[in-house]
Design a protein around this ligand. Sequence first.
Ligand code: URA
Length: 238
Amino acid sequence: MSKLTLDRILQSQGFGSRKWCRELITDGEVTVAGAKVTDYRQLFETDGLEFTVYDEPWLYREHIYIALNKPSGYECSRKPSHHPGVLTLLPEQFTWRDVQPVGRLDHDTTGLLLMSDDGAFIHAQTSPRRHIPKVYVATTDTPVTGALIEQLLSGVQLHDEPAPIAASSCRQLGDREIEIVLEQGKYHQVKRMLAAAGNHCAALRRTAIGKLTLGMLDLDAGEWRYLEQAELDLLVPE
Ligand code: URA
Protein backbone atom coordinates (compact mmCIF):
# COMPACT_ATOMS: atom_id res chain seq x y z
CA MET A 1 0.00 0.00 0.00
CA SER A 2 1.41 3.41 -0.88
CA LYS A 3 0.09 6.93 -1.01
CA LEU A 4 1.16 9.36 -3.70
CA THR A 5 0.18 12.88 -4.70
CA LEU A 6 -2.22 13.05 -7.64
CA ASP A 7 0.30 14.67 -10.00
CA ARG A 8 2.77 11.83 -9.36
CA ILE A 9 0.05 9.26 -9.87
CA LEU A 10 -0.93 10.69 -13.25
CA GLN A 11 2.70 10.93 -14.30
CA SER A 12 3.33 7.30 -13.34
CA GLN A 13 0.33 6.25 -15.43
CA GLY A 14 1.67 7.90 -18.58
CA PHE A 15 -0.28 11.16 -18.69
CA GLY A 16 2.81 13.24 -19.44
CA SER A 17 5.33 15.37 -17.58
CA ARG A 18 4.69 16.37 -13.96
CA LYS A 19 4.06 19.94 -15.12
CA TRP A 20 1.48 18.80 -17.65
CA CYS A 21 -0.20 16.50 -15.10
CA ARG A 22 -0.45 19.42 -12.64
CA GLU A 23 -2.14 21.51 -15.32
CA LEU A 24 -4.62 18.74 -16.10
CA ILE A 25 -5.55 18.62 -12.42
CA THR A 26 -5.80 22.38 -11.80
CA ASP A 27 -7.82 22.74 -15.02
CA GLY A 28 -10.42 20.37 -13.52
CA GLU A 29 -9.92 17.54 -16.00
CA VAL A 30 -9.34 14.85 -13.36
CA THR A 31 -11.77 13.09 -11.04
CA VAL A 32 -11.01 10.52 -8.36
CA ALA A 33 -13.72 8.15 -7.11
CA GLY A 34 -16.32 10.27 -8.91
CA ALA A 35 -15.29 13.69 -7.51
CA LYS A 36 -13.29 16.43 -9.25
CA VAL A 37 -9.89 17.05 -7.63
CA THR A 38 -8.08 20.31 -8.39
CA ASP A 39 -5.32 20.16 -5.76
CA TYR A 40 -2.46 18.19 -7.32
CA ARG A 41 -0.84 17.73 -3.89
CA GLN A 42 -3.75 15.68 -2.57
CA LEU A 43 -2.61 12.21 -1.53
CA PHE A 44 -4.32 9.01 -2.65
CA GLU A 45 -3.81 5.37 -1.91
CA THR A 46 -2.76 3.96 -5.31
CA ASP A 47 -3.94 0.38 -4.83
CA GLY A 48 -7.23 -0.02 -6.70
CA LEU A 49 -7.46 3.73 -7.39
CA GLU A 50 -10.06 4.63 -10.03
CA PHE A 51 -9.82 8.00 -11.71
CA THR A 52 -10.85 9.77 -14.91
CA VAL A 53 -8.92 12.08 -17.21
CA TYR A 54 -11.01 13.99 -19.76
CA ASP A 55 -13.92 11.78 -18.64
CA GLU A 56 -12.09 8.59 -19.61
CA PRO A 57 -11.95 6.03 -16.77
CA TRP A 58 -8.63 4.51 -15.66
CA LEU A 59 -7.52 2.12 -12.94
CA TYR A 60 -4.10 2.70 -11.32
CA ARG A 61 -1.72 -0.04 -12.39
CA GLU A 62 1.81 -0.33 -11.07
CA HIS A 63 2.74 -2.22 -14.23
CA ILE A 64 0.96 -3.02 -17.45
CA TYR A 65 0.72 -6.53 -18.91
CA ILE A 66 -1.29 -6.80 -22.07
CA ALA A 67 -1.93 -9.17 -24.96
CA LEU A 68 -2.35 -7.82 -28.47
CA ASN A 69 -3.64 -9.74 -31.46
CA LYS A 70 -1.05 -8.26 -33.78
CA PRO A 71 -2.24 -7.53 -37.30
CA SER A 72 0.06 -7.75 -40.30
CA GLY A 73 1.83 -4.55 -41.34
CA TYR A 74 3.09 -3.37 -37.93
CA GLU A 75 6.66 -3.39 -36.65
CA CYS A 76 7.59 -4.43 -33.11
CA SER A 77 10.61 -2.14 -33.10
CA ARG A 78 10.53 0.96 -30.91
CA LYS A 79 11.77 3.02 -33.81
CA PRO A 80 9.86 1.54 -36.75
CA SER A 81 11.22 2.31 -40.19
CA HIS A 82 8.92 0.91 -42.89
CA HIS A 83 5.59 0.27 -41.17
CA PRO A 84 3.75 1.77 -38.20
CA GLY A 85 4.84 0.47 -34.82
CA VAL A 86 2.62 -1.79 -32.69
CA LEU A 87 2.51 0.94 -30.03
CA THR A 88 0.29 2.99 -32.34
CA LEU A 89 -2.42 0.35 -31.69
CA LEU A 90 -2.44 1.19 -27.95
CA PRO A 91 -3.41 4.29 -25.93
CA GLU A 92 -0.64 6.90 -26.11
CA GLN A 93 -0.23 6.74 -22.30
CA PHE A 94 1.39 3.35 -22.84
CA THR A 95 4.17 4.87 -24.93
CA TRP A 96 4.83 7.41 -22.14
CA ARG A 97 4.99 4.50 -19.72
CA ASP A 98 7.57 2.78 -21.90
CA VAL A 99 5.41 -0.23 -22.69
CA GLN A 100 7.37 -2.51 -25.03
CA PRO A 101 6.78 -5.68 -27.01
CA VAL A 102 7.93 -8.79 -25.15
CA GLY A 103 10.16 -10.25 -27.87
CA ARG A 104 9.43 -9.51 -31.50
CA LEU A 105 7.23 -10.66 -34.31
CA ASP A 106 8.07 -9.77 -37.91
CA HIS A 107 6.00 -6.98 -39.47
CA ASP A 108 4.04 -9.53 -41.53
CA THR A 109 3.55 -12.03 -38.67
CA THR A 110 0.18 -11.89 -36.92
CA GLY A 111 -1.16 -13.17 -33.60
CA LEU A 112 -0.29 -13.20 -29.93
CA LEU A 113 2.09 -10.48 -28.79
CA LEU A 114 2.63 -9.65 -25.12
CA MET A 115 3.50 -6.10 -24.13
CA SER A 116 4.59 -4.69 -20.80
CA ASP A 117 6.43 -1.91 -18.98
CA ASP A 118 7.81 -4.33 -16.38
CA GLY A 119 11.48 -4.86 -17.23
CA ALA A 120 11.85 -7.93 -14.99
CA PHE A 121 8.84 -9.58 -16.65
CA ILE A 122 10.15 -8.81 -20.15
CA HIS A 123 13.56 -10.18 -19.23
CA ALA A 124 12.11 -13.38 -17.72
CA GLN A 125 9.82 -13.98 -20.69
CA THR A 126 12.55 -13.51 -23.28
CA SER A 127 15.35 -15.31 -21.46
CA PRO A 128 16.54 -18.25 -23.59
CA ARG A 129 17.08 -20.20 -20.37
CA ARG A 130 13.39 -20.37 -19.55
CA HIS A 131 12.36 -22.46 -22.57
CA ILE A 132 8.85 -21.05 -22.82
CA PRO A 133 7.18 -22.77 -25.76
CA LYS A 134 5.76 -20.55 -28.49
CA VAL A 135 3.26 -21.98 -30.92
CA TYR A 136 3.18 -20.81 -34.55
CA VAL A 137 0.89 -21.71 -37.43
CA ALA A 138 2.60 -21.31 -40.79
CA THR A 139 1.02 -21.37 -44.22
CA THR A 140 3.51 -22.87 -46.64
CA ASP A 141 4.06 -22.31 -50.37
CA THR A 142 4.22 -26.01 -51.17
CA PRO A 143 2.36 -28.88 -49.45
CA VAL A 144 3.45 -30.02 -46.01
CA THR A 145 5.01 -33.48 -46.18
CA GLY A 146 6.05 -36.10 -43.65
CA ALA A 147 9.64 -35.40 -44.66
CA LEU A 148 9.26 -31.69 -43.81
CA ILE A 149 7.93 -32.54 -40.35
CA GLU A 150 10.71 -35.05 -39.79
CA GLN A 151 13.37 -32.51 -40.73
CA LEU A 152 11.90 -29.82 -38.45
CA LEU A 153 11.77 -32.28 -35.57
CA SER A 154 15.25 -33.68 -36.08
CA GLY A 155 16.82 -30.24 -36.59
CA VAL A 156 17.79 -27.99 -39.49
CA GLN A 157 21.00 -26.08 -39.92
CA LEU A 158 20.50 -22.31 -40.03
CA HIS A 159 23.10 -19.95 -41.37
CA ASP A 160 25.14 -18.43 -38.49
CA GLU A 161 24.01 -21.06 -35.97
CA PRO A 162 26.64 -23.41 -34.57
CA ALA A 163 24.36 -26.47 -34.49
CA PRO A 164 21.10 -27.66 -36.05
CA ILE A 165 17.93 -26.36 -34.39
CA ALA A 166 14.85 -28.51 -33.90
CA ALA A 167 11.20 -27.70 -33.28
CA SER A 168 9.97 -29.10 -29.97
CA SER A 169 6.86 -30.34 -31.74
CA CYS A 170 5.20 -30.09 -35.12
CA ARG A 171 1.96 -31.21 -36.68
CA GLN A 172 0.26 -30.88 -40.02
CA LEU A 173 -2.98 -28.87 -39.88
CA GLY A 174 -3.82 -28.76 -43.58
CA ASP A 175 -2.38 -29.36 -47.03
CA ARG A 176 -0.24 -26.21 -46.70
CA GLU A 177 -0.59 -25.49 -43.01
CA ILE A 178 1.70 -26.61 -40.20
CA GLU A 179 1.86 -25.95 -36.45
CA ILE A 180 5.40 -25.52 -35.15
CA VAL A 181 6.33 -25.21 -31.47
CA LEU A 182 9.65 -23.54 -30.66
CA GLU A 183 11.46 -22.93 -27.40
CA GLN A 184 13.99 -20.49 -28.85
CA GLY A 185 13.31 -17.05 -30.27
CA LYS A 186 15.88 -16.61 -33.00
CA TYR A 187 15.62 -14.03 -35.74
CA HIS A 188 13.02 -15.10 -38.39
CA GLN A 189 13.28 -18.56 -36.87
CA VAL A 190 10.17 -20.20 -38.32
CA LYS A 191 10.71 -18.73 -41.77
CA ARG A 192 14.36 -19.73 -41.80
CA MET A 193 13.63 -23.23 -40.52
CA LEU A 194 10.99 -23.79 -43.20
CA ALA A 195 13.35 -22.48 -45.88
CA ALA A 196 16.17 -24.68 -44.59
CA ALA A 197 13.81 -27.66 -44.83
CA GLY A 198 13.04 -26.84 -48.49
CA ASN A 199 9.67 -25.08 -48.17
CA HIS A 200 8.72 -21.41 -47.85
CA CYS A 201 6.60 -19.59 -45.27
CA ALA A 202 3.82 -17.64 -47.00
CA ALA A 203 2.09 -16.47 -43.79
CA LEU A 204 2.78 -16.84 -40.09
CA ARG A 205 0.62 -16.51 -36.98
CA ARG A 206 1.58 -16.99 -33.32
CA THR A 207 -1.23 -18.79 -31.56
CA ALA A 208 0.14 -19.40 -28.05
CA ILE A 209 2.87 -18.58 -25.56
CA GLY A 210 3.25 -21.15 -22.80
CA LYS A 211 -0.32 -22.25 -22.07
CA LEU A 212 -1.82 -18.87 -22.93
CA THR A 213 -3.60 -19.18 -26.28
CA LEU A 214 -4.85 -16.50 -28.61
CA GLY A 215 -8.16 -18.40 -28.75
CA MET A 216 -8.84 -17.96 -25.01
CA LEU A 217 -8.27 -14.20 -25.25
CA ASP A 218 -11.00 -13.64 -27.85
CA LEU A 219 -9.31 -10.67 -29.55
CA ASP A 220 -9.91 -9.58 -33.14
CA ALA A 221 -6.87 -8.49 -35.16
CA GLY A 222 -5.63 -5.17 -33.78
CA GLU A 223 -7.43 -5.60 -30.43
CA TRP A 224 -5.66 -5.79 -27.07
CA ARG A 225 -6.56 -6.29 -23.44
CA TYR A 226 -5.02 -6.36 -19.98
CA LEU A 227 -4.00 -9.82 -18.76
CA GLU A 228 -5.37 -11.13 -15.47
CA GLN A 229 -3.01 -12.79 -12.97
CA ALA A 230 -4.46 -16.22 -13.83
CA GLU A 231 -3.55 -15.60 -17.49
CA LEU A 232 -0.02 -14.46 -16.58
CA ASP A 233 0.34 -17.68 -14.62
CA LEU A 234 -0.11 -19.58 -17.89
CA LEU A 235 3.07 -18.02 -19.30
CA VAL A 236 5.35 -20.56 -17.71
CA PRO A 237 7.49 -23.35 -19.15
CA GLU A 238 5.61 -26.64 -19.61
N1 URA B 1 9.60 -16.78 -36.59
C1 URA B 1 9.61 -15.97 -37.70
O1 URA B 1 10.16 -16.33 -38.73
N2 URA B 1 8.98 -14.79 -37.60
C2 URA B 1 8.33 -14.36 -36.51
O2 URA B 1 7.75 -13.27 -36.52
C3 URA B 1 8.33 -15.19 -35.38
C4 URA B 1 8.99 -16.41 -35.45
